[in-house]
Design a protein around this ligand. Structure first.
Ligand code: COZ
Length: 364
C-alpha cells in the first residue's frame, strides 16, 4: 500500500459521506443534497432532522422533533452538582466538555442513536445558560418547553423572550454552522467512534477539539480585531501592520474554501436584511472589504476570503451575545453535524489507524 504524508492531512479523503459536501473552488455547501441557501430560513429543528434522518421533515415530523427536543433540555442533578463544583475561573468550553462527559453511561451504549443525539443537542444550551447565569450571580432560568430551540436558548440566557429578529438572526447562524464536513472536530469525533466507543466520548473529543482558537475561536478574534480597528479610518493601517507582522486575520482564510465561504455570504445577506442603523455592521462590512484587498496585496495567490466566523461575530455582537459565549454557541449548533458523523461512522465502521513516518535517530 502506497504511504502518503500530508501535513494536517491536507487533501486526504478520510471518509465517504452523504451528510454534506463542500466545493471549495465554487464556494458551495450542501447538506444532504440541499444547498444551504435553500435551508437558511428553515428552523434549527427542521435542519437537524434533515441531517439525522437524511430527508426533510414533513409538517408532522417538524412538530414531533420540536416537541422531543423541548422535553430533553433538562439538567440532571449530577450535571447541576458538577456545574457548581467546577472552578469559577474555568472557561465555558472546558465546563461544557466536562459536563457533557458526565452523561456517559449505559443509556449511551453502542451503536449511537438519533435519540442520544437529540438529548445531547437539547441539553447543551441549558448547560451554557446555567453556567452563564451562575457566573453572573443570577438565578438559573428553567428551560421553557413552549419555545423553539433557539428562542429557548436566548430566553435562558436573559430571562426575556427574544424578539423575532434576534432569534431569527441567531437561528440562521446556527443553521448555517451545524455541519461542515471533515473539519478537525468532526474528524476527532469519528476517530473516537471508530473504536466503538460511545457517543458521549466522541462528542467530548469533538468539544475539546473545537476549543482550539484556530477552529472554533475565530469569532472572539474577529471581535478583538473590530474593536482594535474601532473606526473605518484606522482599518487599513491596523490590518496592514498585522499582515506585515505575519499575523493571521481572524475570520479570513479557510482550508477548503478558496473563494467566498457561502455561509459568510448567507450571513451577510441576513444581516443586511435586518440592518437598520447598525454602526458595528457598517464597520464590519468596511473592514471585510479592506481585509480582502490587503490580503490579495500582501499574500497574493493564497485565495484568502471571508469565512463564516467573520459574520458570525458580527451577528453575535449585534444580538449582544458576550464573546465568551461565541464558541459555546457554535458548539450548540455543530453538535448536530458531529452526531450525524458519529452515526454514519458507526453504520459502516473501520477503525482509524493511519501511519506515521519515523524521522528520528536510530542505533543511539
Ligand atoms: N490571515 C493572514 N494570512 C493567512 C490567513 C489569515 N487569516 N490564513 C492563511 N494565511 C496565509 C498563511 O500565513 C500562509 O502564508 P504563507 O504562504 O506566506 O506561509 C498561507 O496563507 C497559507 O496558510 P495556511 O496553510 O494556514 O492556509 P490554510 O488554508 O490551511 O488555513 C485557516 C486555514 C482557517 C487555519 C487559516 O489559516 C486561519 O488560521 N484563519 C484564521 C482563523 C479562522 O478564521 N479560523 C476559522 C476558519 S472557519
Amino acid at each position: 500500500m502506497k504511504r502518503i504524508f500530508s501535513d494536517g492531512l491536507k487533501g486526504i479523503i478520510a471518509a465517504q459521506t452523504t451528510i454534506s459536501h463542500i466545493d471549495g473552488q465554487e464556494g458551495v455547501l450542501i447538506y444532504r443534497g440541499y444547498e444551504i441557501g435553500e435551508l437558511k430560513d428553515l428552523s434549527f429543528e427542521e435542519v437537524a432532522f434533515l441531517l439525522w434522518y437524511g430527508h426533510l421533515p414533513t409538517m408532522a415530523d417538524a412538530v414531533d422533533i420540536k416537541y422531543k427536543l423541548s422535553k430533553l433540555r433538562f439538567l440532571t442533578p449530577t450535571m447541576k452538582e458538577i456545574l457548581h463544583t467546577l472552578p469559577v475561573e474555568m472557561d465555558m468550553m472546558s465546563v461544557l466538555r466536562t459536563v457533557i462527559s458526565s452523561l456517559g453511561g449505559s443509556e449511551y451504549g453502542w451503536k449511537p442513536t438519533i435519540e442520544q443525539a437529540m438529548r445531547l443537542t437539547a441539553v447543551i444550551p441549558t448547560i451554557i445558560a446555567y453556567r452563564f447565569n451562575m457566573n453572573m450571580k443570577k438565578p438559573f432560568i428553567e428551560p421553557d418547553p413552549r419555545l423553539n430551540h433557539v428562542e429557548n436558548y436566548l430566553y435562558m440566557l436573559s430571562g426575556n423572550n427574544p424578539s423575532k429578529a434576534v432569534a431569527g438572526a441567531l437561528e440562521t447562524y446556527m443553521v448555517l454552522t451545524l455541519e461542515h464536513g471533515m473539519n478537525a472536530s468532526a474528524f476527532s469525533a469519528r476517530v473516537t467512534a471508530s473504536t466503538e466507543s460511545d457517543l458521549v466520548s466522541a462528542i467530548t473529543s469533538a468539544i475539546g477539539t473545537m476549543k482550539g482558537p484556530l477552529h472554533g475561536g475565530a469569532p472572539s478574534g474577529v471581535i478583538d480585531l473590530l474593536n482594535e480597528i474601532g473606526t473605518a479610518e484606522k482599518a487599513e493601517s491596523v490590518i496592514r501592520r498585522k499582515l506585515l507582522k505575519g499575523e493571521k486575520l481572524m475570520g479570513f482564510g479557510h482550508r477548503v474554501y478558496k473563494t467566498h465561504d457561502p455561509r459568510a455570504v448567507a450571513l451577510r445577506n441576513t444581516l443586511l436584511e435586518n440592518k437598520g442603523d447598525n454602526q458595528s455592521l457598517d464597520l464590519a462590512l468596511y473592514v471585510e472589504k479592506k481585509a480582502i484587498e490587503l490580503l490579495a496585496e500582501i499574500k497574493p495567490g493564497r485565495s484568502l476570503y471571508t469565512n463564516v466566523e467573520f459574520y458570525a461575530a458580527a451577528i453575535m455582537k449585534s444580538i449582544n451575545l458576550p464573546s465568551d459565549l461565541f464558541t459555546p454557541t457554535f458548539t450548540a449548533s455543530r453538535i448536530v453535524g458531529w452526531t450525524a458523523h458519529v452515526m454514519e461512522q458507526a453504520a459502516n465502521n473501520t477503525i482509524y489507524r493511519p501511519q506515521s513516518k519515523y524521522i528520528g535517530k536510530r542505533n543511539c
